[in-house]
Ligand binder design. Structure first.
Ligand code: TH1
Length: 839
């Protein structure tokens, strides 16, 4: 149909299609035109923000062209697409990424210099798109980058929060949350007011006979909220493919507010309706690895799932295929259980709206969905109360009960003698009130379930999904180890290292095939190469030192050993172990003789990360880190030998400065608690070594880079349960070194001791669930090994280079290819020349 455009129009269109810039002059022309016309500013008031805006708009024009073309081509090709449903997309900044992915950063740098600007300053004007909490949201962003770079036809679907993750300020050592209003000027999104879906809540279910005498269910009444699409282009690296991320925004279905109510004098309530609708997409829930069961969160989940599925089904229907072809056209990946309502929603659409039989609908649903589990922490496993679901989504609750009935009948037939298994695997937990177990629904409604690192994927099979492995067999459960995009986390964050590697390998091809990094190992004895490698690390540390000086006033020496732990603050991630270790080190330092001090490697401990606003223990850890820093940094007795910094407001753009600057980074979760971790990969890819537990992806990193290149410590996952059990039955002896640390805290050495009693009591009185004491000695000993190892700078450098050379496996490209092949059955769609498309 689209090919049938008559010739004169077609020729005009092709003739006048804007050509993207390719020289600094052409870039300047586009940027200035945007500053003058789109922004209505002039040469005389073009500040850095205006220059950023003009640059962003010039690049945006380029992206739009390839974006339109990609979407057009994918529509013509009529092949299978994957839809990645995630409540979080932690995208960070877009401009630098866009410049690098289209390969025009040098052109822009030159053009901006002509206009009197430094490109770094311009890049720094951009606000992060921070629609996520941590690893899960950043993983989704890395996946979008890989999907586009590998030319897969893929869409992301998420929510357009008005407020992303809060901005963190540290005031008097305490975390203070400030709202993150990021939409003031956002050139990267396109409102699609014509793409709107009305979403229903509440109401009731009617059953009646249709014309064919069949009993059908209909969800009626209740409230309507409108979902409006906002599209964000996602450019691939070194390809014309630009995919789409569609974010839904909520507004009142009546458009503005209810004029009838308004006219009849109910002013407040008419405005209240509007505000209630807009509240749905107003704010990201700031909890990482925690489910709090709030009604508004359930509303967000349904709103986003229903809008996305409506969109997907509409696109499928335009293709004119039979329903049974749906799974051949559509793969839907569920990023954790947050989008699990998409399963009963698709079943509802197929049965209630499209009139399919239950069984044929269920086959389609089951073939379409797959589910990624990201955590085994019990407090993070989503459950929704049955009364709440009954109220908000009455038809979906019925469908869930029907899915459950069929499933339990199947289990009963398969295991007739094991009746207790039925209550264990039921989607409905028989508690007071009853709860819907979303992970079970996700497993039952999907054809594949994957964990995110080997250990984690093994663990889910023996713990939370043990019964399901027996029921479905082991093949339903698989592993896809996480990865990171080397474009942002090497090329963009560490351009000098990327350039050095490219100079030796002869091209930047390794950015699209990271396994080529193995050739770096050939240069490990090349003296010139080693010297540059060392210089680059030092320069990256100096850049971070400058950031620390600018933001905290503290001076740190770039020659010191930089020891970094940046991630969400959580008891299981054990920042408390780190800061107790720092206190232990400080006490040991003070006991050293002057000669011994001379032989000591100076260290800077750098922390960063947000605590969920309601997570008191995590906030206490932040407070302790800051109090310890205050005391130690002012202690002239240890001077430069020890410094402690807390970097405020850790986010994606700060990570791009912090990650390339580590000598050591810490990934020290209690074994068996961190599903994968992804910053571990980022740090090693940038030539930092790591100290870590045998947890998550640390294990596979060790296998790839070699045991000699990583500092592992602590108890193993297989022993954790027994240790915990022992603690609860009196089998508990506080580590001696840790006891001394606690004495100092209790003596008020770091301010009001009362402030930290909960932190100490969790270990001393409440069973030390995260095994801080059990691992303390092993942790401190390993830190001493690191001190020794760092003294041999040549050997350290060899470890750094060797590790980077062996990190090829951890590209998100490898990861996405595994999903495409083993889970989605998806083929890439290579971009055609625009002429070929026009022909
Ligand atoms: C994280 C995991 O904790 C981390 O180990 C993993 O590398 C990452 O996901 C990506 O796979 C998770 N983040 C969340 C956030 C929420 C709920 C569960 C998890 S698991 C809100």
């Amino acid at each position: 149909v689209e090919a049938a455009i008559p010739e004169p129009q077609r020729a005009a269109w092709i003739k006048h299609t804007p050509k993207p810039f390719s020289t600094p002059e052409e870039f300047e022309k586009d940027a200035i035109r945007h500053i003058e016309t789109t922004l209505a500013r002039s040469m005389y008031n073009c500040d850095e923000l205006a220059a950023y805006s003009g640059t962003a708009l010039a690049f945006r024009d380029r992206l739009i062209m390839s974006w339109n073309q990609t979407q057009q081509q994918h529509t013509f090709a009529d092949q299978k697409r994957v839809y990645y449903l995630s409540l979080e997309f932690l995208m960070g900044r877009a401009l630098d990424n866009a410049m690098l992915n289209v390969g025009q950063k040098d052109v822009a740098a030159k053009g901006l210099a002509d206009l009197g600007f430094r490109i770094e300053d311009i890049i720094n004007q951009e606000h992060d798109a921070a629609l996520g909490n941590g690893g899960l949201g950043r993983l989704a962003a890395c996946f979008l980058d890989s999907l586009a770079s590998l030319d897969f036809p893929a869409w992301g679907y998420g929510l357009r929060y008005r407020y992303g993750i809060f901005k963190q300020e540290i005031i008097d050592g305490y975390q203070v949350e400030v709202p993150d209003y990021w939409l003031d000027f956002n050139p990267w999104e396109f409102p699609r007011h014509d793409v709107a879906v009305d979403i229903q809540f509440y109401g009731h279910v009617n059953r009646y006979q249709n014309d064919e005498g069949k009993t059908v269910s209909q969800w009626e009444g209740g409230e309507i909220v409108r979902a409006v699409a906002y599209d964000v282009p996602v450019p691939g690296y070194g390809t014309e493919t630009t995919n789409n991320l569609r974010l839904w925004s909520s507004k009142a279905a009546s458009g503005e507010f209810d004029f009838q109510k308004f006219n009849s004098g109910e002013y407040e309530s008419s405005v209240a309706d509007q505000q209630r609708a807009e509240t749905i997409s107003a704010v990201l829930y700031p909890n990482d690895n925690l489910d709090r069961g709030k009604e508004l969160r359930l509303k967000q989940q349904y709103f986003w799932c229903a809008a996305s599925l409506h969109d997907i089904v509409r696109r499928f229907k335009k293709g004119g295929h039979a329903w049974k072809d749906f799974p051949n056209q559509v793969a839907i990946q569920l990023n954790d259980t947050h989008p699990t309502l998409a399963i009963p929603e698709l079943q509802r659409i197929l049965v209630d709206v499209e009139g399919l039989e239950w069984d044929e609908a269920w086959i389609i649903v089951h073939k379409t969905f797959s589910y990624t589990n990201h955590t085994v922490l019990p407090e993070a496993l989503e459950k929704w109360s049955v009364p709440l679901m009954q109220l908000l989504l009455p038809r979906h609750l019925q469908i869930i009960y029907d899915i459950n009935l069929q499933f339990l009948q199947f289990v009963e037939r398969t295991f007739p003698k094991e009746r207790e298994v039925l209550s264990r695997v039921s989607i409905i937990e028989e508690s007071q009130p009853k709860m819907v177990r979303m992970a079970y629904l996700a497993v039952i409604g999907s054809h594949k379930v994957n964990g995110v690192a080997e250990l984690h994927s093994d663990l889910i099979k023996t713990t939370i999904f043990q019964d399901f492995v027996k029921i479905y067999g082991p093949d339903k459960f698989t592993n896809v180890t996480n990865g990171i995009t080397p474009r942002r986390w090497l090329h963009q964050a560490n351009p000098r290292l990327s350039a050095l590697i490219a100079s030796k390998l002869g091209s930047y091809d390794f950015l699209k095939d990271l396994t080529q990094l193995n050739k770096v190992e050939n240069f490990v004895q090349d003296q010139e190469f080693r010297k540059e490698w060392r210089e680059i690390k030092l320069a990256n540390k100096a850049r971070l030192a400058k950031h620390i000086k600018d933001t905290t006033g503290l001076e740190v020496d770039p020659k010191a050993l930089f020891d970094i732990q940046v991630k969400r603050i959580h008891e299981y991630k054990r920042q408390q172990l780190n800061i107790f270790g720092v206190i232990h080190r400080w006490l040991a330092l003070k006991a050293l003789s002057p000669e011994e001090r001379k032989a000591t490697v100076p260290r800077v401990f750098i922390f960063g990360g947000k605590a969920a606003p309601g997570y008191w223990m995590a906030k206490t850890v932040i407070h302790l880190i800051n109090q310890v820093g205050k005391v130690i940094n002012a202690d002239s007795d240890v001077g430069d030998l020890l410094k402690v910094v807390f970097v405020e407001d850790y986010n994606v753009s700060k990570a791009e400065i912090i990650v390339p600057a580590s000598d050591i980074s810490e990934h020290i979760s209690t074994a068996g608690t961190e599903a994968s971790g992804t910053s571990n990969m980022k740090f090693v890819l940038n030539g930092g070594l790591i100290i870590g537990t045998c947890d998550g992806a640390n294990i596979e990193i060790t296998r790839e880079i070699g045991e000699n290149n990583i500092f592992l410590f602590g108890n193993l996952a297989e022993d954790v349960e027994e240790l915990r059990h022992g603690h609860l039955y009196g089998n508990y002896q506080l580590d001696e070194g840790l006891a001394k640390v606690f004495d100092e805290i209790r003596n008020g050495r770091f301010g009001d001791a009362q402030a930290f009693t909960a932190l100490i009591n969790a270990i001393v009185d409440h069973g030390d669930y995260y095994l801080v004491s059990d691992d303390f000695n092993s942790y401190c000993k390993t830190q001493e090994l690191i001190d020794e190892a760092y003294k041999d700078q040549e050997e350290w450098l060899t470890k750094s280079i060797t590790s980077v050379a062996r990190m090829g496996f951890f590209s998100s490209d490898r990861c996405i290819e595994e999903y495409a092949e083993t889970i989605w059955n998806l083929e890439p769609q290579k971009p055609k020349e625009s002429a070929a498309l026009d022909a």
